[in-house]
Design a protein around this ligand. Structure first.
Ligand SMILES: Nc1ncnc2c1ncn2[C@@H]1O[C@H](COP(=O)(O)OP(=O)(O)OP(=O)(O)O)[C@@H](O)[C@H]1O
Ligand SMILES: [Mg+2]
Length: 226
């Protein structure tokens, strides 16, 4: 079995304004095999977003070993990290992080343009994804005119556009009603399997957490397989 991601001895702390330190992870170990679907649950503030930021190469301020696709990321420069992020990782942020100056469609196609993919092909894929997520009619609007749930669906389409090896999703159904959430979750699970990708998602919803192949709980500064 090949590990796409290997993390060991992970220690992460934040410096607080009063000079004290807040330890979030201690000796955390986590492997992600290829073509797997994993969920993470845990109470608010336990470090789920912090963990996804580290896995997504958005935060390199940690102690411990991290390798992705056989490459050690510990000593990588910023441009190498962004290249791996763009090619291999799709990220759905808890608070979306869409680019306000770009339209919905432009936000979705941007990761494909960075990869130098053909504009006509990416645009076709982007339109299909937006249609699947029932947001195609808003494709020429700017994100700030959209509701939270609509922005969340745009962020989901953007994460899928390059068919990365892994999607890291931080509460991707957090702002959606049950019916729309079900559509999105089922589409994701099918898309991930059909394209031999992996999915790691954080959720507070136990029904969705149980849809993964493996379910983890972030507890006592470690990830525990449930
Ligand atoms: N930049 C920072 N500086 C200091 N403390 C931080 C920083 N970022 C996060 N924290 C703290 O780290 C802890 C974990 O935060 P994180 O956002 O990872 O939690 P979470 O599990 O994602 O919570 P939620 O379910 O509410 O999204 C929290 O106590 C938070 O206050
Ligand atoms: Mg969070």
């Amino acid at each position: 079995m090949i590990n796409f991601i290997e993390i060991s001895n992970l220690k992460k702390k934040f410096k607080l304004s009063n000079g004290q330190e807040l330890l979030i992870f201690d000796e955390l170990k986590f492997n992600i095999i290829n073509n797997s679907v994993m969920s993470i649950v845990g109470p608010s503030g336990c470090g789920k977003s912090t963990l996804l930021n580290i896995l997504g190469l958005l935060d390199s301020d940690f102690d411990g070993q991290y390798s992705i696709d056989g490459m050690n990321v510990n000593n990588m420069k910023n441009n190498q990290l962004s290249n791996i992020r763009n090619k291999k990782i799709g990220f759905i942020h808890q608070f979306f992080h869409l680019i306000p100056e770009l339209t919905v469609l432009e936000n979705v196609i941007l990761p494909g343009l960075i990869q130098n993919n053909k504009v006509s092909a990416i645009t076709k894929d982007a339109n299909e994804l937006l249609d699947t997520f029932s947001i195609l009619d808003k494709k020429n609007m700017k994100p700030n005119k959209l509701s939270g749930g609509e922005q969340q669906r745009v962020a989901s389409a953007r994460a899928l556009i390059n068919k990365p090896n892994i999607i890291l999703a931080d509460e991707m159904t957090g702002n959606l009603d049950e019916e729309t959430s079900d559509v999105l979750m089922n589409f994701f699970l099918k898309f991930i399997k059909n394209n031999n990708m992996s999915l790691l998602y954080v959720t507070h919803n136990h029904k969705y957490a149980n849809m993964a192949d493996c379910k983890y709980e972030l507890k006592n500064k470690k990830l525990i397989l449930m």
